[in-house]
Design a protein around this ligand. Structure first.
Ligand code: PEP
Ligand code: MG
Length: 575
């Protein structure tokens, strides 16, 4: 028996034989060509076929796993038609006069490496998509067909280096018990797909995954991120018990997911979703989200190669806000800089980008970038419950300046004859310690707060969230972070304002009892976490959570807090 630790990507326990998903390598040869026009036409034909295949893959995935997982193929179509890529391939065919396979492979690989070099999980994951769509196009150019899952005939746990979106469409989902990959993070395609299918998954388990052989007995613990190879009899028995418990809990969670999140003693909170685009709406609604607590608008900018216009933004924001009707949708304005680069925005080179011109700071220096977004939001908020939220607020002056710009936009729009939201709630993210400390004053100039623990933890503990060597230190479970959260909630409530939390912690079952006990009003999380969060909230009392929170805040460190919650709130266990 051997255990490997990876990243938990989708809840649940899977037990079964390993199916090692391997694939024949594409061999790219280089040879000279005479007719560059004919070579270009080969590329055009391959692109037409690739596009058709992507459309089919989109349909199949949508039916199997839902819109969010399928959307990846639309994104791949955009990559295939990327004007920059096409221009480069065409120019190189003409100047170098070698076969298009070689040129396409090199050009796309360069692009993928550039994306990988950016320390951003989302963008690195997109490098996988570039390679996937390129390899599909190369196979079409070379006339290759593949079926890496041809041998999959019995329900198995799929083991792979990393799964590309195209790989996953080829797999017969009836035979998939779980996923285990060596690479990838919690936003990798395997993770998204596994959550869409409700199948346990562990990703990023490292090179030890290569030692797994076809047919090895495996256990995947998608809650703890553990993979057990050839478990002992006793371990197998324990995991089987936990699996049964998990399935029971999951069924309970799904059964109540459209009910309100109210504790046993009648304390009600809101459970809402974090989404990145229009495609996230459906999964959020299906999961029972009572609105959107964080619409990461930068996704709209990241998924393209030119700046979105005011009109484009208006349509997207309005579509999302309208889909939720009276339910709130909180649009967070552009949060780029730090680890999120957008090549066409031309961000300054900085030694410490996380401490630099990021988010609202950047937007305030670039009104030509910011005003179209504010105008789009004001227009989209007409007739629905759209709210606006500003990221990376450090001082009161940030809010005052931003609100002034917003009013300027409102006045302009009215003058131009647009229908605009007259009263739109304005909130800020509390993700910088100075904002947490000044929460009493900030509460006077906004309608609500949403605590961004992903950043608040890294700034409080001075530990870069993207640096694996210190990421452990940047834990939201540190009592220092909980103490700041407590202060923020108290300060806001004293001024009659409500407080949400939209960092990853909001959906972590171990954190929920403490946050609930501290009086948090709104929990915003990835849609798949919603049923489990609601079930937990509905199964404990507010009074108990309050006691637990006091105790937790007096413990010395994150490990002690985690251990204490496991013991004091047994309802957090999924298996
Ligand atoms: C946060 O910092 O907690 C947050 C939700 O924002 P992001 O992860 O997008 O920085
Ligand atoms: Mg943040």
């Amino acid at each position: 028996m051997k255990s490997i630790k990876g990243i938990p990507a989708s809840y649940g326990i899977a037990i079964g034989p390993a199916f090692v998903f391997g694939r024949e390598e594409i061999v790219i040869e280089t040879y000279p060509i005479d007719d560059s026009e004919a070579e270009w036409q080969r590329f055009e034909t391959a692109r037409v076929i690739t596009r058709q295949q992507l459309d089919e893959a989109y349909q199949v995935t949508r039916e199997d796993c839902g819109e969010e997982a399928a959307e990846i193929f639309n994104a791949q179509k955009l990559m295939l038609d990327d004007p920059e890529l096409i221009k480069t391939v065409k120019a190189r065919i003409e100047s170098e006069r070698v076969n298009v396979e070689f040129i396409l492979h090199e050009t796309a690989e360069n692009y993928a490496r550039q994306l990988e070099a950016i320390e951003d999980e989302y963008l690195s994951a997109r490098a996988v998509d570039i390679r996937d769509v390129t390899s599909r196009c190369l196979r079409n150019l070379l006339g290759l067909h593949e079926s890496p899952s041809a041998g999959l005939k019995t329900p198995s746990i799929i083991v792979s280096q990393d799964l590309t979106p195209s790989d996953t469409v080829l797999i017969n989902k009836d035979f998939v018990l779980g996923f285990c990959t060596a690479e990838g993070g919690s936003t990798s395609h395997t993770a998204i797909l596994a959550r869409g299918l409700g199948i346990p998954a562990v990703v990023g388990a490292g090179k030890e995954v290569r030692a797994i052989q076809n047919g090895d007995d495996l256990v995947i613990d998608g809650d703890a991120g553990i993979v057990v190879i050839n478990p002992s009899k006793q371990a197998l028995k324990d995991f089987t018990n936990r699996q049964e418990n998990f399935l029971r809990v999951q069924a309970e969670a799904e059964a109540i997911t459209h009910k309100p999140a109210v504790t046993l003693d009648g304390h009600r909170v809101e459970v809402v979703a974090n989404i990145g685009n229009v495609e996230g709406v459906q999964s959020a609604l299906e999961a029972g989200a009572e609105g959107v607590g964080l619409l990461r608008s930068e996704f709209l900018y990241l998924e393209r190669s030119t700046l979105p216009t005011e009109e484009e933004q208006f349509l997207k924001y309005k579509t999302i806000a309208d889909a939720f009707g009276d339910k709130p949708v909180i649009l967070r304005t552009l949060d780029v800089g730090g680890d999120k680069d957008i090549p066409y925005i031309d961000l300054p080179q900085e030694t410490n980008p996380f401490l630099g011109l990021r988010a609202i700071r950047l937007c305030l220096t670039r009104p030509e970038l910011f005003k179209p977004q504010l105008r789009a939001a004001l227009r989209a908020g007409y007739g629905n419950n759209l709210k606006l939220m500003f990221p990376m607020v450090a001082t009161l002056a940030d809010v005052v300046q931003t609100r002034a710009l917003l009013e300027e936009c409102r006045a302009e729009l009215k003058k131009e004859g647009y229908a605009v939201a007259d009263k739109m709630d304005i909130g800020i993210m509390i993700e910088i310690p100075s904002a947490a400390i000044m929460a009493d004053q900030l509460a006077e100039v906004v309608d609500f707060f949403s605590i961004g623990t992903n950043d608040l933890s890294q700034y409080t503990l001075a530990a870069d969230r993207t640096n694996a060597q210190v990421a452990q230190i940047a834990s939201g479970f540190q009592p220092a972070v909980f103490r700041l959260i407590k202060g923020v909630i108290e300060a806001a409530h004293a001024k009659g304002k409500w407080v949400g939390l939209c960092g990853e912690m909001a959906g972590e079952l171990l954190a929920i009892p403490i946050l609930l006990g501290l009086g948090l009003d709104e929990f915003s999380m990835n849609p798949p976490a919603i049923p489990f969060a609601k079930r937990l909230i509905r199964s404990i009392s507010y009074e108990h959570a309050q006691g637990v929170a006091i105790k937790a805040l007096n413990l010395p460190g994150d490990q002690e807090i985690r251990a204490y919650i496991q013991e004091a709130v047994p309802e957090v266990q999924l298996g």
